[in-house]
Design a protein around this ligand. Structure first.
Ligand code: UGA
Length: 440
């Protein structure tokens, strides 16, 4: 998907995590010269050999292609990268500290590195998700160290990349948000995205703090929709309504829209849980109540655990029983296990004495670092052998079209907890399965 280039810029991207690497590869792909920097030697030497540190469809090909065409290079030498670029992206992590606040230490460290090696006018673009006001603080910090020797601007350009869809989200975004307090700097970054804007994608230009807030508010709004539906799913179960049909019924209202209304085992990942907490924390720091955000989080924690009583409804005594779990990553098309619902569910099932046989098409390696005492099957059907129940935690596509009769034959008891509502209950009940979904 090589787009026509208006002109190319010299860019460095600091941090080759998920966001940094996708950003670097995509910016190279639209014709810029990009240097990706990381302090992790092994990661950089792997990237030079085309080895991507996580699973993201299409990324390896994009990296290989752009590296071969010499638009994308990898280094641990931040001085070399900064000196050879006009635009420096900060794309390092901002994990939750113990209190739900975003830890911005790595972001400020990169700012200090930029101040140290700056050799001419630069635009510093903050891609990392940072609390409102951080870009202004970065600006102050750079000013204090650069002391007028070189000009610089700070621009906020939050990312909206979904894992598993990141390249598409970068190349064909719903919108691009650019925050700056200097019109000229904003326009330079707008120009960087010209190739994408040309395909009809809108760019929202605003001030620094608004752009920072748009990022948190987007994730929090999406998470709120999910928690709303999850809360409603319990009422659906009581009154015999179907939450999937409720989602369809309300989603067809164009003011609401149909996406992110799927009830299930709760949201996970490196972003929603962390960003909901961080936004609540920012509200508290401003002495504002954060009731909605707090509820989004607590409903979600409850939702993950609410899958366990569903299993017990089908298998009341779990001691020594084999329970198959399909899907471990926090969502399909990724091997990311951060805050995955599978963690809360499997830990609880194990406490109740169950033996877990898990299958995930890509997350097994990451899962092995988290779980103890569970076995892994090589195929979905392999996990079912002798199982007293199957729990579907992550809705990988390959689970959708399996031979139901074969599934039943392999299991010790035909029980399914479909925690992502991927099946039509009728299809399973018809052949003798006991089926429990979420909110239906
Ligand atoms: C999310 C946002 O969608 C991106 O726009 C954002 O850039 C990214 O966070 C980030 O801040 O970096 P991601 O965490 O990759 O992306 O995953 P999503 O596809 O948004 O899913 C998040 C969670 O919500 C998953 O656990 C998923 O299973 C769950 N979900 C999603 C539901 O339970 N129901 C739904 O209807 C949709």
């Amino acid at each position: 998907m090589l787009l026509p280039l208006p002109f190319s810029m010299k860019i460095s991207v600091i941090g080759t995590g998920y966001v940094g690497l996708v950003t670097g590869a995509c910016l190279a792909n639209i014709g810029n010269d990009v240097i990706c920097v990381d302090i992790d030697d092994e990661r950089i030497s792997n990237l030079r050999r085309g080895v991507i540190p996580f699973y993201e469809p299409g990324l390896r090909e994009l990296v290989e292609q752009n590296a071969a065409q010499k638009r994308l290079m990898f280094t641990t030498d931040s001085q070399l990268a900064i000196e050879n670029s006009d635009v420096v992206f900060i794309a390092v992590g901002t994990p939750s500290d113990g209190n739900g606040k975003a830890d911005t230490a790595a972001v400020f460290q990169v700012a200090d590195t930029i101040a140290r090696f700056i050799n001419g006018k630069k635009i510093v673009v903050v891609k990392s998700t940072v609390p409102v006001g951080t870009c202004a603080k970065i600006k102050e910090r750079l000013s204090a160290q650069i002391k007028g020797r070189f000009g610089f601007d700070v621009v906020s350009n939050p990312e909206f990349l979904r894992e598993g869809e990141a390249i598409q989200d970068f190349m064909v975004p719903d919108r691009i948000v650019i925050g700056a307090d200097n019109g000229e700097a904003a326009q330079k970054i707008v120009a960087l995205y010209k190739a994408i804007e040309r395909t009809g994608r809108p760019i929202v230009v605003t001030d620094l703090q608004t752009a920072e807030l748009v990022k948190y508010a987007s994730n929090a709004m999406l998470a709120a929709r999910i928690s709303f539906m999850n809360e409603l799913s319990h009422l659906c179960e009581k009154v015999d309504a179907d939450v999937k049909a409720v989602a369809r019924g309300i989603g067809l209202d164009s003011r609401i829209g149909s996406r992110f209304l799927q009830a299930g085992a709760g949201f996970g990942g490196s972003c929603f849980p962390k960003d909901v907490r961080a936004l609540a924390q920012i509200m508290k720091e401003h002495n504002l109540p954060s009731d909605m955000l707090d509820a989004v989080e607590s409903v979600n924690t409850r939702q993950k655990l609410s899958i366990v009583p569903k299993v017990m409804k089908l298998v009341p005594d779990l001691k020594g029983k084999r329970i198959a779990v399909w899907g471990l990553s926090f969502k399909p098309k990724t091997d990311d296990m951060r805050e995955a619902a599978s963690i809360a569910i499997i830990n609880e099932l194990q406490k109740l004495g169950a033996n877990i046989a898990a299958f995930d098409p890509v997350a097994e390696i990451s899962a092995r670092k988290i779980f103890e005492g569970i076995s892994y099957a090589e195929t979905p059907l392999g996990a079912l052998e002798g199982a007293h129940a199957l729990v579907i935690v992550t809705e990988w596509d390959l689970f959708r079209e399996l031979d139901k009769a074969k599934m039943k034959e392999l299991m010790a008891a035909p029980n399914i907890v479909d925690a992502r509502n991927i099946y039509d209950p009728k299809d399973f009940r018809e052949i003798g399965f006991s089926y429990v979904g979420v909110g239906r």
